[in-house]
Write a protein that binds this ligand. Sequence first.
Ligand SMILES: Cc1cc2nc3c(=O)[nH]c(=O)nc-3n(C[C@H](O)[C@H](O)[C@H](O)COP(=O)(O)OP(=O)(O)OC[C@H]3O[C@@H](n4cnc5c(N)ncnc54)[C@H](O)[C@@H]3O)c2cc1C
Length: 385
Amino acid sequence: MDFSEYGLTEEHEMIRDTVRRFATEEVEKGAVERDEAMEFPKDLVEQMAEMSLLGIPVSEELGGAGMDTMSYAIAVEEIARVDGSLALTLAAHVSLGTAPIFEYGSEEQKKKYVPHLAAGEYLGGFGLTEPNAGSDAAGTQTVAKKDGDDWIVNGSKIYCTNASHCGVFIITAVTTPGIGTKGISAFLVEPDWKGFVFGKKENKLGCRSSDTRELAFEDMRVPASAMIGKEGEGFKLFMKTLDGGRISIGAMAVGIAQGAIDKAVPYSLERHSFGQPLAHFQAIGDKIADMEMETHAARLMVYHAARLKDEGRRITKSSAMAKLFASEAAMRATDSAIQILGGYGYSREYHVERYYRDAKITTIGEGTSEIQRLVIARELLKEYS
Ligand SMILES: Cc1cc2nc3c(=O)[nH]c(=O)nc-3n(C[C@H](O)[C@H](O)[C@H](O)COP(=O)(O)OP(=O)(O)OC[C@H]3O[C@@H](n4cnc5c(N)ncnc54)[C@H](O)[C@@H]3O)c2cc1C
């Protein structure tokens, strides 16, 4: 695979080489067993911390690697190429758990949390989704009521990635009921605060060695200093965070699609049927061509959105398009990989069924495909009106 055509810098090539080596030498070997056992790989997360991957886009003065969004996207892509679970762990920590504090936190909040997050002393969590508020995140039912200078928070969150390993969570809560999204504020909360309760761990279709868990808040006292951004601006802050996060979910999808190609193409050359390699049948060649073309297009879209973010441009539409296209391309590519391997593809032994299962979350997490289409259409209509 020749990446020079993507116009990347030497630094980007270096990041790709380093992360690829880590992925193939360290991550790939136990991926099947971890997936089967739903085992969170603490040792690999520690190694990612040592490699400064957990703070890639964080400034050096706050303990990060000071690299750009493109480097981060490449790192997620290369890890997803062998293990979607670990890529999701990294993407959720960086884009959802760390970025909102690094990008929107007060100086005090940044100093308190970001160096620890970047060093991987603990992970960061993002609590937006609730039992009755997923795509319609404005319907949040978690409430924060003023009590002197503090807030008393009650409610729950579901599907929180990395939750068991987080030292800080950014959550939404309604601070002024009845006025919609402008009544929602964001808070930084810690798991050892009184009233913070961990709920059940999810048993999932894919990305099974990533940690996903419920949270509940029972009269949790939160100091005023834990509000991030201004009162009533929490929803906006969460939506902006998701704009950035969608680039990394797109990168994860590209990596999974590439991993499927890496497995399917050599197999199609080695496996013989009717006296010739599978690859020589036009029907198989067509599948391979589509996998390659769509993965290439998805990569271009993800890199384009990453470049726009690095230039400080508005990325709402580009990141939604990149995530939507890449995730659906990953579903098609992993489906084709199973088809090319036939029965072996369906068997757990040959890994490609894991790629198929891991790809599915990229069409759901950080906004479903339907919601991406809604976002893209809304942005486009704004341009025309
Ligand atoms: C493994 C995993 C990890 C996750 N990690 C996190 C995390 O760290 N933090 C977090 O806050 N959340 C997380 N999520 C939650 C995820 O973001 C939500 O599942 C997702 O946004 C969809 O919400 P929902 O599940 O409530 O589905 P719903 O909103 O109930 O949607 C169900 C279906 O209806 C469709 N639908 C809903 N509204 C519309 C509409 N207006 N138009 C068209 N179709 C619509 C949806 O597209 C979907 O197909 C995670 C989820 C999973 C599975």
